[in-house]
Design a protein. Sequence first.
Length: 321
Amino acid sequence: MSFTILGTGKAVPEYVLTNDELSTMVDTNDEWIRTRTGIGERHICKHETITELCVKAARQALENAGTAPEELDLIICSTMRGENITPSQGCVIQKELGASCPAFDVNAACSGFIYALDIAAGYFERKRVRRALIVSMDNLSNIIDWTDRSTCVLFGDGGAAAVLGEGDDLLSIHLTASGNDEAIRIPHGTNSSPFYEHEEERAVLHMAGNEVYKFATAAMANGIRRAVEEAGLSQSDVNLVIPHQANIRIINTAAKNLEIPRERFFCNVEHYGNTSSGSVAIALDEANRSGVLKAGDIVAMCAFGGGLTTGSCVLRWSKKA
Ligand code: COA
């Protein structure tokens, strides 16, 4: 047994930062950002906390699934940085929802949603849970260097949630990690110890854009190819691909290297930028709520990110509109 997805929900901050407004902060322009990335705008936290966004997405997903918080047997939050070091963001969500199940966080950067799905699948397989909640949320705007035009144009805040129930809809899932702290890295930045001898680094995102680009294009095509094969399907069976929304050029290149028509790739990067762990989850929620997903569809999802990590999976969508 694996699981079925019973419901989804999303939450993004209210404030929309357009490329034009960003161009007043760093030396860039709408045309460069759109041509190189496909991004037009992103949502940025002003008054919202990551907890408020997590809880909003979770409540929407629970409602969409017809599930009460008391029915939850497990909460996994995928995030790079929750509200606190401890308690985990999962425990904070559990408290806010009034649930009483085990809860914890997983950090696999942008691949976090798929890592969380794989962990949850193990709980279902062992028959330890009947309902699980996954919340994938990142608030990157507070760990971005807003003076670095090569990175600050790429990211946004937000995320989404999914409620899982017993079922057999996960057809394959595949995770990878290849330890690399040079391509993408965000140091902690604070150390309260008077004994520690190393210099503190600024807690902002460092990225080797071109290296990540090459890794990402290969990772997306390879991940989808492998997940489809392991599901015992052919690429033409895939009705919808939900790729990590990092850069439209990465998605277009992956599509060219696969035998899945480009129009089957769900894209919303224009409106959110790269929301890290939230990215695939937001896209899944939008595909669910807009009616793009139909009961019986075969869906392939794929993400890549800091770690370097990748996650890809194929599932059957059973939820009726
Ligand atoms: N606005 C205007 N010019 C910019 C710019 C910006 N925001 N950022 C960089 N440039 C300039 C560079 O300085 C460079 O100028 P030069 O030729 O005079 O040196 C030029 O644009 C080209 O830079 P380059 O880095 O080669 O651009 P690119 O086409 O490779 O695109 C990225 C850069 C970051 C968009 C691309 O490498 C990328 O998407 N990488 C993957 C990032 C990613 O997805 N990370 C998250 C993974 S989860």
